[in-house]
Design a protein around this ligand. Structure first.
Ligand SMILES: Cc1ncc(COP(=O)(O)O)c(C=O)c1O
Ligand SMILES: [Zn+2]
Length: 377
């Protein structure tokens, strides 16, 4: 692995790499992992070419190979369809083992926790990240404490229990769930791995950008649509792109088009596009209004000349029906991308003849009752 540093993005201080850190205690700064001299390398010399999974990228991940051997996931398929003159490449990350893209971040975080001999982790999640963390904790024999809003879908709760997670249900907003999880870290002496903060999570998610590059060539991708809430997906994809750029592997930077749920669209709001009046009930994975990395998220959109859309439940319903009819069995949260695609084309953010990647983030199989009740309306 290329040697790396963990830096506080608020004050620039370097933090230790041999203990678990998820934020800079002194100033509450978010952390970022950077690889020393990455710009002097070429991608091809860093790849472990014998693997067609996440281990392929071990030299640009902050964990040793030995700890990824237990669950070497990755390389989800891409399916190409034409839509209103645009070439759309659907990246099927909902096919990862726990049913969402969160597997990438959870696996790298749990592998790192194992390397650091951590026995108990704490995570707060509206569902998918909790399921992913529980799955890899089970595989790595680590105790998973998952803090979840009491009103999360019952299918997701049942799944968490079946994966041996210790479930902590919290009444209140997503922000209150987050505070309860962080409080528990002090009481339980476990490691807080929450994906809103944890820099190792972003490292795992960035492999999405590397895969898209190897599968399609990022130089010919004009835009990428990403459902966005805490920003781990947006920032992971952005980090992967910027690393590839720094290695001279790509010259083009695709526009990142974030999609948020109406009423919870903090990133859109910061960019001047408003929050959306209606509060979405269907996009239950996108209900965060105080993402700690909001400054980094704004930068990712600005630096890629991207944009941000918020979508209503009516649009989620239309998107879910459409995606299922195309054979993509995604969950409502993931279905926000369809409205974003339509808006991007009608506003000419995406032009005819362009190539656009859509990340399909979560599987509908985990909440079949909910999905079917929407599809039948
Ligand atoms: C299916 C799905 N897509 C997208 C997201 C948004 O990801 P992030 O919170 O990293 O922005 C989530 C978050 O829970 C999700 O569950
Ligand atoms: Zn700091």
């Amino acid at each position: 692995m290329v040697r790396y540093d963990i830096k506080c993005l608020r004050c620039g201080e370097k933090l230790p790499v041999k203990t678990w850190v998820w934020r800079h205690d002194r100033d509450n700064g978010t952390l970022s992992i950077t690889y020393r001299g990455l710009e002097k390398h070429e991608l091809s010399e860093l790849l472990l070419k014998e693997y067609m999974d996440i281990r392929r990228y071990i030299n640009i991940l902050p964990v040793s190979l030995k700890y990824l051997n237990i669950a070497p996931i990755g390389f989800t398929p891409i399916i190409n369809k034409k839509f209103r003159g645009v070439s759309v490449f659907f990246k099927l990350d909902y096919l990862l083992p726990s049913g969402s893209f969160k597997d990438r971040g959870a696996l790298v975080s749990i592998a790192k926790a194992k390397e650091l001999r951590i026995k108990r982790i704490i995570e707060d999640s509206s569902g998918n990240a909790g399921v992913a963390f529980s799955l890899y904790s089970l595989l790595y024999n680590i105790e998973a404490n998952i803090f979840i809003p009491a009103d999360a879908p019952s299918g997701k709760k049942a799944l968490l229990k079946s994966l041996n997670a210790r479930l902590h249900e919290v009444q209140g907003s997503r922000e209150e769930v987050n505070r309860a999880a962080i409080d528990f870290e002090h009481r339980s002496r476990g490691a807080y791995v929450g994906h809103w903060w944890n820099p190792f999570f972003i490292e795992g998610v960035k492999t999405l950008a590397y895969e898209i590059h190897e599968q399609l060539g990022l130089d010919k991708v004009d835009s990428i649509i990403v459902p966005t809430s805490s920003g781990s997906l947006l920032l992971g994809v952005f980090k992967g792109i910027m690393e590839l750029k720094s290695m001279g592997e790509i010259s083009n930077i695709p526009k990142l088009i974030a999609v948020q749920a109406s009423g919870y669209a903090r990133l859109c709001y910061e960019l001047g596009y408003g929050m959306g009046a209606e509060k979405s009930k269907l996009a239950d994975g996108l209900r965060i209004i105080e993402p700690p990395r909001i400054g980094e998220m704004v930068l990712a959109i600005r630096e890629t000349k991207g944009t941000c859309y918020h979508v209503t439940d009516e649009e989620v319903t239309e998107g879910l029906k459409k995606l299922w009819s195309m054979g993509f069995l995604v969950e409502p949260t993931s279905a926000v991308v369809y409205a974003a695609l339509k808006k991007a084309i009608s506003e000419k953010v995406v032009e005819k003849g362009e190539n656009i990647v859509i990340i399909l983030t979560g599987s509908g199989a985990k909440m079949l009752d909910k999905v079917l009740s929407i599809i039948r309306t």
